[in-house]
Design a protein around this ligand. Structure first.
Ligand code: PEP
Length: 251
């Protein structure tokens, strides 16, 4: 069956020193408990190697927040999937709405990134989600369906390795969470879309995380929904205690 996962997305926060301290705190708090989910922290590229050195891999997985759509070469400032992999990372967030919105990432690039991540043995946490206007004009199911279908040239074997994160853009960093019902409806829709292409077994085994102002006070209600398999956590992942409060929602 699919895994429950709570993944932190640190975004462009923390100096190296602060990031290592946060990772140490997360690791220490995880040592004290038996979480009923996999725990992942996705950190800035500059922090990957140092954070990897302080995390115990059986307690918490490490991830990056992006990778290049190119294999290697003359792409100044870019970081490839193989570079990410070489730090000890196991996951990579792809298609975050901030990347789509501020850096113009499109479906074609995201497919290329996903393929390279998979070729390098990384698990993509592939983000989808509608903006406020699309929620309000009722096109949100179609928008998210299109974002998921952008990966439909992947083989079933490859697609089965992906984690999906549904993150309504209007809920990210706004304090405005989707209701548990809204999250459940969209997660069920995504699972149906996956099933239509890859069949029931792969759909049932795909972890679909919710992201968007998830915090200890609302995580339990969200995670109790049958198609919500955990969370991708931004702001609340920057404090080890509150991140752990979300992990504990699975207990
Ligand atoms: C995110 O950026 O992935 C996110 C969900 O952010 P926040 O939890 O801060 O809304």
């Amino acid at each position: 069956m699919r895994k429950n996962i709570v993944a932190g997305n640190w975004k462009m926060n923390t100096t190296l020193e602060e990031g290592v301290e946060l990772a140490n705190n997360v690791n220490a708090l995880l040592k004290e408990r038996k979480p009923n989910c996999d725990v992942v922290v996705c950190v800035p590229f500059t922090h990957l190697t140092s954070v990897n050195a302080v995390l115990e891999p059986e307690l918490v997985g490490l991830g990056a927040e992006n990778c290049s759509e190119h294999v290697k070469g003359a792409y100044t400032g870019e970081v490839s999937a193989s570079m990410v992999k070489s730090t000890g990372a196991k996951y990579v967030i792809l298609g975050h709405s901030e990347r789509r919105q501020y850096f113009g990432e499109n479906n074609e690039q995201l497919l290329a990134k996903t393929q390279l991540a998979l070729e390098n043995g990384l698990t993509p946490i592939f983000c989808v989600g509608e903006v406020l206007e699309e929620r309000e004009n009722g096109s949100y199911n179609d928008v998210v369906q299109g974002q998921v279908e952008a990966l439909f040239s992947l083989s079933p074997e490859d697609f089965s390795k992906i984690v999906i994160a549904y993150e309504p853009v209007w809920a990210i960093g706004t304090g405005k969470t989707a209701t548990a019902e809204q999250a459940q409806d969209m997660h069920a829709h995504i699972r149906k879309v996956v099933e239509s292409k890859y069949g029931k077994e792969i759909a049932d085994n795909t972890s679909i995380l919710y992201g968007g102002s998830c915090k200890p006070s609302n995580a339990k209600e969200l995670f109790a929904k049958p198609d919500v398999d955990g969370g991708l956590i931004g702001g609340a992942a920057l404090d080890a205690e509150s991140f752990m409060g979300i992990v504990d929602a699975f207990n």
